[in-house]
Write a protein that binds this ligand. Structure first.
Ligand SMILES: [Cu+2]
Length: 69
């Protein structure tokens, strides 16, 4: 099991959380997603043999948010 935490800009409400949750959980290998609105972080547990960090951050950006490197 792999783990990553991204700093993400632009998340402001539950619709943002749902959009990110839904997009990430569609990716094969993603086990759980935790969005912290106050801290602006997205924490993901995933199977590193099925997906990787760049695919995960791209999925967040495609929802209209900025992932800060
Ligand atoms: Cu929102």
């Amino acid at each position: 099991m792999s783990y990553v935490q991204f700093d993400v800009e632009g998340m402001s409400c539950h619709n943002c959380v749902n959009a990110i949750d839904t997009a990430l959980l569609k990716i094969e290998g993603v086990h759980s997603v935790q969005v912290d609105l106050e801290k602006g972080t997205v924490t993901i547990d995933y199977d590193g043999s099925k997906t990787d960090e760049s695919a995960l951050s791209l999925a967040i950006e495609l929802q209209g948010f900025d992932v800060i490197e």
